[in-house]
Design a protein around this ligand. Sequence first.
Ligand SMILES: [Fe+2]
Length: 251
Amino acid sequence: MLKLHIFKGSYQCLLYPVYPVSTIMNMLCRAGQIRRCAASLSHTISQVTASRQKHTLPDLTYDYGALEPHICAEIMQLHHSKHHATYVNNLNITEEKYQEALAKGDVTAQVALQPALKFNGGGHINHSIFWTNLSPNGGGEPQGELMEAIKRDFGSFQKMKEKMSAATVAVQGSGWGWLGYDKESGRLRIAACANQDPLQGTTGLIPLLGIDVWEHAYYLQYKNVRPDYVKAIWNVINWEDVTERLQTAKK
Ligand SMILES: [Fe+2]
């Protein structure tokens, strides 16, 4: 058995039984290598933590007023620059706290931060998809493989619209209606999520098209008549973006 003791900054070896000097030197060298390796790893982790990119609010590719008359400029301006920006800011704050908790090995703090991570992370993910799902040149019907998949899984484009509209209007309180892709079955699915629950993180479906039915998304223009807002939003759906998301999801 070999015992190593640190005494006044140096190793002393007590050997039971006695090992050859060369073996002892090898063991001491290996101990030194492990210490240096651990120090290097710690330094690398610190660098990665310090250089972590913060999330930022994505720019819109169209003006706030470009979706009128279906979604007014005031809604779009507040929705993007205030509501989405708040999710981004709070996600960054939550991630910083989470990193601190990880560094301390504080599992209780990590668990306590998970609802904030889900809410603000989901808010950032969902809205980032939502802006690209919309376009001033949108509306109409999808083409190609997306249309074929809709007909196969819902019977017709009109039936898909009706089913998704109904599921979206029926969301209790705040949430989202989704058209998603089920990678296991290769089928399209309609789903609804509460609050800012991200579709893929909570259901496994890959998000293709989302309709935000938080009141901040429509109340200034449509007041309490959520069905009118959901009916109108089909006029600005960017089917090219939805098709690209399907193509990516299928890979
Ligand atoms: Fe929203």
